[in-house]
Ligand binder design. Structure first.
Ligand code: HEC
Ligand code: HEC
Length: 316
């Protein structure tokens, strides 16, 4: 082919020697700007691999002369973030939990911290919006089993409810009334409980349940059925049900009783995180002011007596 190489008259450029039906290929040199850019890229690339982590080795990449790494960058950012948060966390830690809502800025920060911790530790039982489900209370409403001011919520989260093997946990257990009522008595108590919230009109059947309720239930649910927080006995008059308000669910609750367990968090989470969780739960809409703390203080006293009396066979 070499003999076909020649200088093209029109352009003054040599041909490569390929020819197809009289059409020849010119050996046009690469433009200078292109070549310079190309060499610059090669130099830049080589310099980069020397300066920065580049070549994969067995366990990690070559370190590079500058010592930079994205991991190191992250560590620096994390350290800066920890330092930024340290004074806030210290302020939360120093403030008594019931005083946190009084400090607007601190409260807002604590709520945000609590929101993050709630997503990790609490959603599996209380749901992502804290709306609860059967057996797991909704934390958004102002219907509190144990109480909704900061100190009471804090106590609940710290020590849990019926938390196994935790001496300071909140304790109270509804007895299983299965063997104690005759079938007709049971039906009338169920009817009476339903009539309390108006989900069933009061009639002769429910009226027959009233004295049975007065004799067996008021200790924990109150004479009017509105609940006794110190005993963890839910309000039965508000149509907000933990275990269901239809006849079958109420019958089941009364005959077998329930045993809702909320873990104590004082062994898993640090004190500041628990305070932030209390602030978050308090902020959800149902949070009560500390003015109601009279009720709360009673609730905060561990109800030790019913715990001691609680028959173990009721554990479902
Ligand atoms: C294993 C399931 C479970 C997990 C996890 C859990 N809870 Fe609970 N929680 C419960 C149950 C069950 C109750 C209701 C107990 C009862 O019957 O009194 C409850 C009750 C509560 C109450 C009391 C509500 C009231 O009306 O007085 C608060 C407050 C609460 N939980 C907050 C939390 C927070 C905050 C977390 C995360 C740190 C959490 N819970 C994680 C099961 C759980
Ligand atoms: C020793 C205290 C105690 C006594 C006595 C008691 N209860 Fe309860 N009751 C509770 C507690 C605590 C709960 C919540 C149980 C749980 O979450 O595990 C409860 C829950 C209930 C519920 C379910 C409420 C809901 O929202 O789903 C009903 C219904 C109920 N009790 C009815 C009665 C009736 C009727 C009697 C009397 C025959 C009675 N209780 C006696 C403590 C008691």
């Amino acid at each position: 082919m070499s003999e076909k190489q020649r200088i093209d008259e029109a352009t003054g450029t040599s041909t490569v020697g390929h020819e197809w039906d009289g059409i020849e290929e010119l050996n046009t040199p690469l433009p200078r700007w292109w070549l310079l850019t190309f060499y610059a890229c090669v130099i830049w690339g080589l310099a980069y691999t020397v300066m920065y982590p580049a070549w994969p080795m067995i366990s990690s990449a070559t370190a590079g002369m500058t010592g930079w790494s994205s991991r190191g960058d992250l560590a620096k950012e994390m350290k800066a973030e920890t330092e930024r948060r340290a004074p806030i966390l210290a302020a939360i830690s120093a403030k008594p939990v019931e005083q946190i809502p009084g400090d607007e800025k601190l409260y807002a920060t604590a709520v945000e911290g609590g929101r993050a911790a709630f997503k990790v530790h609490c959603v599996q039982c209380h749901g992502s919006g804290a709306a609860g489900s059967k057996g797991y209370p909704n934390l958004n409403d102002d219907d509190w089993i144990w109480g909704g001011d900061m100190a009471t919520i804090h106590q609940t989260i710290t020590h849990g409810i019926r938390a196994p093997e935790h001496a300071e946990t909140r304790m109270s257990q509804m007895p299983a009334f299965g063997g104690m009522f005759k079938p007709a008595e049971l039906s009338s108590v169920v009817a009476y409980v339903q009539s309390l919230s108006g989900s069933r009109p009061a009639d002769a059947v429910s009226a027959a349940g009233a004295p049975l309720f007065a004799a067996n239930c008021v200790q924990c649910h109150g004479p009017d059925g509105k609940g006794v927080r110190a005993m963890g006995g839910p309000n039965l008059t508000d149509k907000i049900w933990l275990y269901g308000g239809d006849e079958a669910a109420i019958r089941q609750t009364i005959t077998k009783s329930r045993y809702g367990v909320m873990p104590n968090w004082n062994q898993k989470l640090d004190a500041t995180t628990i305070k932030m969780l209390a602030a978050y739960v308090h902020s959800l809409g149902g949070g009560e002011a500390a003015a109601k703390a009279g009720v709360a203080a009673a609730a905060a006293v561990p109800a030790a007596t019913p715990a001691a009396e609680a028959p173990a066979s009721n554990v479902k």
